[in-house]
Design a protein around this ligand. Structure first.
Ligand code: SAH
Length: 260
């Protein structure tokens, strides 16, 4: 009973946006693929590395919008691979950083399929870097915590990180999926004793032509996000490392001039 040859399913990190931030391995996998299951954070420019004959299935799910259920994505990957297709599962950033890559690996292995994971540059590192913020600058911090600001599928607060512990940790906080709940997050950190003057930044649509950002403080973060209409996808960075950005100094000068 010889079925079609099965190829490993490849989970590919597409990076934050700019196709130039793809890895060579990612490009090679895209060139080989016959079927690509694509998340909607993946920028269109990345798809140009696929063969013309490749079938592209958009399985995106943006916060709050209609989404393809995860179970359906699992079934589709399994079915296509079992038919002998070379399946690429293309995800924004890194597949294992808030990308449900672990769950997808489990589902594929449970179906007896091999999985290969190609890391991508995560938005939580590349976003801050794009505005000159080194998230682990040792003069300011001992490390960085990558956390979700999303409320969780079980209702408001169900997947919530321990904001009080994070506020006390001295780590740089990089918050994914947090922009819609920025007011709640900033209040929770302030309530746990984080100084309102702690530098903060927001980077929206990092490494895309639509990139915008703001530099502010924990105390002004929510109002700045609203005033500048900085929408999802966006990364929040909270911590003293934000001071290192050359743009932080410029922003402080602007503020001083406006106040004078
Ligand atoms: N696996 C992805 C994260 C997926 S979760 C990664 O490693 O980057 C989706 C969240 O990632 C968004 O809500 C946003 O917080 C962040 N994100 C993804 N792409 C982004 C981009 N280009 N600019 C800013 N934030 C981005």
């Amino acid at each position: 009973m010889n079925g079609p040859q099965r190829h490993p399913v490849v989970l590919v990190g597409a990076g934050p946006g700019d196709p130039e931030l793809l890895t060579l391995k990612a490009i090679r996998a895209l060139r080989r693929a016959t079927v690509a299951l694509v998340d909607d954070l993946v920028q269109p420019g990345v798809l140009r590395f696929l063969r013309r004959s490749a079938r592209v299935v958009h399985v995106g799910k943006r916060g709050g919008c209609a989404s393809t259920p995860q179970a359906f994505i699992h079934k589709l990957m399994v079915a296509e691979a079992q038919r002998g297709e070379r399946v690429v599962r293309l995800k924004g950033g890194d597949p294992f950083v808030f990308g449900r890559g672990g769950e997808e690996c489990d589902a594929l292995r449970a179906a007896g399929l091999e999985v290969e994971v190609i890391s991508g540059l995560s938005a939580g590192l590349a976003g801050p870097a794009s505005i000159g913020v080194p998230v682990t600058d040792r003069r300011h911090t001992r490390g960085v915590a990558l956390v979700t600001g999303h409320a969780g599928e079980g209702g408001e607060g169900s997947d919530e990180p321990d904001w009080a512990a994070l506020a006390q940790s001295g780590l740089t906080l990089v918050v994914y999926m947090g922009v819609a709940r920025v007011r709640t997050i900033a209040s929770a950190l302030a309530a746990a004793g984080m100084d309102a003057a702690t530098p903060a930044a927001v980077v929206s649509q990092a490494h895309t032509p639509q990139q915008r950002h703001a530099l502010c403080t924990l105390g002004t973060l929510a109002e700045v996000v609203q005033a500048k209409a900085l929408g999802s996808p966006a990364i929040l960075v909270i911590g003293d490392v934000v001071r290192v950005s050359a743009q932080w100094a410029v922003a402080q000068q602007d503020l001083a001039v406006r106040r004078a």
